[in-house]
Design a binder for this molecule. Sequence first.
Ligand SMILES: [Mg+2]
Length: 312
Amino acid sequence: MKILLAEDDFTTRSMLAAILKKWGYDPVVCEDGHAAWNVLQKPEAPRLVLLDWNMPGLEGPEVCRRLRKKETANPSYVILLTGRGEKNDIVQGLEAGANDYISKPYDNAELLARIRVGQRMLELQSSLLATQAALAHQATHDALTGIFNRRAILDQLARELARALRQSVRLSVAMCDIDHFKEINDRFGHQAGDEVLVALTRCLQANLREYDYVGRYGGEEFLVIATGSTAQGDDGLYERLRQQVAALEVKTMTGNVAITVSIGTAPGTGKSTVDALLAAADAALYQAKAAGRNRVARSQDEKIGKDESGIG
Ligand SMILES: [Mg+2]
């Protein structure tokens, strides 16, 4: 583990660097506060920091203050090395944002113990952040397919509508539903059904553009958001998706499964609402199913996708 060591006194610095190495740490040595501050601003800066209090230019507490001003989610752990013992100074150092301090002349065993406390704090902090990131991912992604779940794709739609309004651009949504999915489950088993869902997801992802989004809206229903649409809409994109899915043969444990999707699409602008677009796409999906499945139907709702800003 890297430790930043800032100490202006040559002898103390050399001794500390040597003992840190002996303890298995990797010291990054600085001769004054300015040098320490430069190192600490780098992305790969040490997280554990030993700062001498009295240094020319920039003193330890000031380096600490600057560090705390900058830091957010994953703060470093700072130990001040101080020759002063008065209570007042200690308070000042801790209020500058130091986690701990040790007075010179320090005892090696105590210094090592305090460094280890810092190391444990940093390790705990990192593991909490990793857990937090994993939970955030779980809360927004579908466990089976790995794509956005219903909540996340709807949030994305709200963001894309806000962006469409700001930039006066169009978008469209498509509700894609696997035809006769229940029969696939009944005939090939639920495991095969899951494999079909994953295969369909990969197919949609492979055929969407990088600025489009797809999420699992419900059981076998997927919501696509296509951004940057033209006034003519995204009929070509959705027809291509339909064809690619129809050409797919999913190899499952219980046999090869051919699938098709019905797609209901609705064009939108920044004036559209999430609910209105979903309702229009749903109605179009119903039309596609009623007309025989394995087809794309576009919303017949004339109000959807029009606006008064001149791009309607
Ligand atoms: Mg000094």
